[in-house]
Design a protein around this ligand. Structure first.
Ligand code: HEC
Length: 179
């Protein structure tokens, strides 16, 4: 490397570092970095725990036991029919026009044993983040609507796997009379 080239390079690097501090003063300001030690706090750690009761933005307050009523299921159904059914079919069995056009990995039937075994949290995350070839739907469905869709999807899955004995009396009799 010639001397002239080396000098030019050092000059350039020095210039770039001044420039980045000018452009981004936060880069240069005093601050505590994650996992650094700090004398400010009794536990000597720069990282703080969030105050008690803090919840992530994307969580319903009572996520451990969300309760849904018939109105939620109806809204979940409405959203499912609008957003999901185009690919997964109105009853979730993967029978849709779009599915016939997606030859690489078509939308699966949501009644498959593997998908029935997935947790509701996971289903929620599939709607929020997408999965493989399936795009995310977080811009189309609010947090609450995503849970309503999950609840409706659970109801859809149950509809194909409910034991006859668990049906209400009138429905069971109707079915037994006309199998
Ligand atoms: C544009 C078509 C399309 C729409 C709309 C769509 N999906 Fe999907 N979905 C797919 C495809 C394709 C896959 C398989 C992706 C892959 O394997 O790469 C999939 C996979 C899934 C899976 C399986 C995930 C796994 O772990 O195997 C679930 C559950 C699911 N979708 C639920 C939904 C729900 C609920 C909605 C509505 C909010 C929805 N999908 C809307 C195309 C779609």
């Amino acid at each position: 490397m010639s001397l002239r080239f080396a000098v030019a390079l050092i000059g350039l690097v020095a210039l770039a570092s001044c420039y980045s501090q000018q452009i981004d003063p936060m880069e240069a300001q005093p601050k505590l970095r994650p996992f650094a030690a700090s004398r400010l706090f009794a536990d000597a750690s720069a990282m703080r725990s969030p105050p008690a009761g803090t919840v992530p933005m994307e969580r319903t307050l009572d996520e451990s036991a969300p309760t849904f009523n018939a109105a939620d299921l109806a809204l979940g159904r409405e959203k499912f029919d609008i957003v999901c059914a185009a690919c997964h079919g109105l009853v979730g069995d993967g029978d849709s026009v779009v599915a016939t056009k997606m030859s690489l990995r078509p939308p699966p039937s949501l009644h498959e044993d593997r998908i029935r075994a997935l947790t509701s949290d996971y289903l929620y995350a599939v709607i929020r983040d997408g999965y493989g070839l399936m795009p995310r739907y977080s811009d189309r469905l609010s947090v609450h609507e995503r849970w309503q869709v999950v609840a409706y999807l659970r109801a859809l899955q149950l509809s194909r796997h409910a034991p006859i004995a668990e049906l209400p009396d009138d429905l069971r009799k109707q079915l037994e009379a006309n199998p």
